[in-house]
Design a protein around this ligand. Structure first.
Ligand SMILES: Cc1ncc(COP(=O)(O)O)c(C=O)c1O
Length: 492
């Protein structure tokens, strides 16, 4: 009752006291517009005052527009009160921890030069969306809805949508990975899978051994967790064995993180001999391997390379993170971790604690899409498409760019080391003015290396733009070479 706080005094007329009380209530926001006032009879009884005083107060308030009587319904507040706010400010920046600070400072989407309409961008390594077979996906979505309906909209299981898990077991078996003693956890892409593994297995200060260079996302997440990233150099076939052995004499890594197929950014594919050698060395030193299998689907080789996880048979020393993001529907955010059963059991609980589970609607639609056979047709098609783009970019790079070396065997990007230590940051500044963007190589190193290298993503660049863009990059390299007094001929 709004009148419970009203104390009637003897000095003012009662109807005036009632009016003030109601207007005060409206202004403070206690009486909201359209809320109902007690009847005059109820008020007079409650306050033990004459009913006429209440009627006078209500009539006056109505004539001033504060309240409105609706015949047969009662009396209602007719105006909006003033909203009471009590401004309260906090210096959030001072509260951000190391994790937040590292991920903020290393957010290259915010810090790197931005794409503007009309530019030619070699920054992205996302797949070309125009190639997605949308009709097939629509059908898969309808199929999943038809079979599952409401189950997809209620809570599901942290481990993932079981038909998709079963499909992925079979998919991994075809890659040569044994299912024995293993399980699968569905994640929001590689990124969440990697994060869950680090969050569950590492402590600040642990050493993680990686290829050098390696992908920017992994580098920044490892730094955010306070891990010490130690890089091992690569040649055209993958990690350099001698360098790996030396590094293992100096450090006792908690984990090794490897991208054997199309390392990002170099595009290097570790050959099968190197895979075996590297695997055996890590096994000898009891270093568990986190294998990033993204992009494997784009391998063109007639004899497909087996993932490291396939080498371990029933063993549990390799944890495989799968993602089709660079091939298909990265927006669905679906990836998976395949590894030791007991480990997955723990990671499942961590996933539940963090995000409960990945969207079941998405997982189910993805499953029906994969199952329909559309994926196999799609892969054949895109391999041809990206292969021809790769051939074109290599032709243009050889024609226009003075480089020390180029790596990348296909996939979606090539990596270039420029001659004479030309700075790729200076080059980017010049190219940006000419409307061309790329990824400077330093983003893929956690030390000062990489300053004269760059990654060119070509999957979403039209053939014409590849021709124009590479020529512009080449011209600006020549400009920088001249400025610095270097001479050089293409093909030196
Ligand atoms: C090395 C590497 N692994 C995996 C991915 C895919 O990540 P996600 O599955 O989270 O989209 C990327 C994307 O750029 C990548 O560079």
């Amino acid at each position: 009752m709004i009148f419970s706080t009203l104390k009637i005094n003897d000095s003012d007329p009662i109807y005036i006291q009632l009016e003030r009380h109601i207007i005060g209530g409206i202004k403070k926001g206690d009486l909201k517009k359209d809320s109902k006032l007690p009847s005059t009879r109820e008020v007079s009884k409650y306050l033990k005052i004459s009913r006429n005083s209440v009627i006078s107060a209500y009539e006056n308030l109505e004539s001033k527009g504060y309240i409105l009587t609706k015949r047969g319904k009662g009396t209602f507040i007719a105006v909006e009160g003033e909203k009471q706010v009590y401004e309260y400010n906090v210096e959030w920046d001072n509260l951000v921890n190391k994790y937040g600070k590292v991920l903020r400072d290393k957010d290259i989407i915010k810090s790197e030069p931005k794409f503007r309409r009309g530019m030619i961008s070699f920054k992205s390594i996302a797949p070309e969306g125009e190639l997605f077979n949308l009709e097939d996906f629509k059908r898969a979505l309808m199929d999943s809805w038809t079979y599952e309906e409401v189950h997809l909209l209620n809570y599901g299981y942290a481990k993932g949508y079981q038909p998709l898990i079963d499909y992925l077991f079979e998919y991994m078996r075809e890659k040569g990975v044994s299912k024995e003693n293993k399980d699968i956890l569905i994640t929001n892409g590689f990124t969440e899978g990697f994060d869950i593994i680090l969050a569950s297995l590492t402590s600040p200060g642990d050493v993680i051994l990686c290829e050098e260079p390696t992908n920017n996302t992994a580098l920044k997440v490892m730094e955010a967790y306070g891990l010490k990233v130690v890089g091992v150099s690569m040649d055209k076939d993958g990690m350099v064995i001698e360098d790996l052995k030396k590094t293992l004499q100096l450090y006792t890594p908690k984990l090794a993180y490897l991208i054997p197929s199309y390392n990002n950014p170099t595009g290097i594919v570790m050959n099968s001999e190197r895979r075996k050698e590297i695997y055996k060395i890590f096994r000898e030193h009891s270093v568990p391997i986190i294998e990033n299998g993204f992009n494997e689907e784009l391998l063109y080789s007639s004899s497909p390379l087996e993932p490291l996880a396939a080498l371990s048979g029933r063993g549990n020393g390799v944890v495989y993170i799968g993602s089709l993001s660079k091939v298909l529907f990265p927006g669905l955010r679906i990836g998976w971790i395949m590894g030791d059963k007991k480990l997955i059991d723990i990671l499942e609980s961590v996933k539940r604690g963090r995000t409960i589970h990945s969207s079941f609607l998405d997982q189910s639609a993805f499953y029906y899409y994969l199952k329909s056979g559309a994926f196999t047709r799609y892969i054949k098609n895109i391999r041809k498409y990206y292969r021809s783009k790769y051939n074109l970019i290599m032709e243009m790079v050889n024609k226009h760019i003075l480089y020390e070396y180029v790596t990348g065997e296909g996939g979606l990007y090539v990596f270039i080391k420029l001659k004479n230590n030309i700075s790729s940051r200076e080059l980017l500044n010049l190219c940006y003015e000419d409307g061309v963007l790329f990824m400077p190589g330093d983003l893929f190193y956690n030390n000062a290396k990489g300053e004269s290298s760059l990654r060119l993503g070509f999957g979403r660049v039209s053939d014409d733009d590849i021709r124009i863009g590479i020529e512009i990059i080449g011209k600006n390299i020549e400009r920088l070479m001249k400025q610095k007094g270097y001479e050089g001929e293409l093909g030196d």
